[in-house]
Design a protein around this ligand. Structure first.
Ligand code: DX5
Ligand code: ZN
Length: 217
């Protein structure tokens, strides 16, 4: 099966966001992945609600919003109103994760849980049935362009087993260091969604890079 491809706008040219979104519209990409960083949960600051609204005005693709922020409950409504289709919160930032997921779903968005490289898959066991997506971090969150962590393959297998055991319909999304070289192995391991920042936007022909990722099978 072809993967869902979600180019990460973090690697785009922010001075030409409309052009970048139109490139994604014209490509085989399925979603647009948007990284929100608060400088607290992660050591970087990226963008906020007004930028998501601006992307939404031009995008023909669903917006996949990845919140790398503390206290996401303060902001999920704003991101939902800004046009997010899916909102993922970090398990490490949410002592009341079940409540966070309920809130996202009540607002009418799809709910995802993102997990850092050091967080065991078993920590998802009581929430996996309630969520639409697991965003499995394959780098430490905070920056684009980092090296893919090889241990991710094992975690995908483990997550697949958990999803099957709990009869969950959650999609497995891989975020960080995804490229043309590892995409096939990620799909074979069980990934459904590939987020790709630098391996799309740093290339001369991003549209072609997206097509090649989409056609990996
Ligand atoms: C990392 C972000 C990723 C990042 C991926 O904190 O969550 O979505 O943009 O970028 P690449 O594909 O360049 O690793
Ligand atoms: Zn991300």
């Amino acid at each position: 099966m072809n993967p869902i491809i979600a180019p990460s706008i973090l690697a785009a040219d922010f001075a030409n966001l409309q052009r970048e979104v139109e490139m994604i519209n014209s490509s085989q990409a399925d979603w647009i992945h948007i990284d929100i960083m608060d400088g607290v949960f992660v050591p970087n600051i990226s963008m906020g609600v007004p930028v998501v609204e601006a992307i939404k005005r031009h995008s023909k693709k669903p917006l996949d919003v990845h919140l790398m922020i503390v206290q996401p409950e303060k902001y999920v409504e704003a991101f939902c109103n800004a046009g997010a289709e899916t909102i993922s919160v970090h398990i490490e930032a949410c002592p009341h994760l079940h409540r966070n997921i309920q809130q996202i779903k009540l607002l009418g968005c799809k709910a995802g849980v993102a997990i850092n490289p050091h967080t065991p898959i078993s920590h998802l066991s009581e929430i996996i049935q309630d969520i639409d997506l697991v965003c499995l971090m394959s780098v430490n969150p905070g920056f684009g362009g980092q090296k893919f962590i090889e241990k991710t393959y094992e975690k995908i297998e483990e997550l697949k087993t958990l999803i099957n055991a709990k009869k969950s319909s959650a999609l497995i999304e891989i975020d960080g260091g995804v490229n043309q070289q590892n995409a096939k192995a990620l799909l074979v391991a069980g990934a459904h969604v590939l987020v790709a920042g630098n391996s799309v936007f740093a290339l001369e022909n991003p549209n072609e890079a997206i097509r090649r990722l989409k056609e990996v099978s």
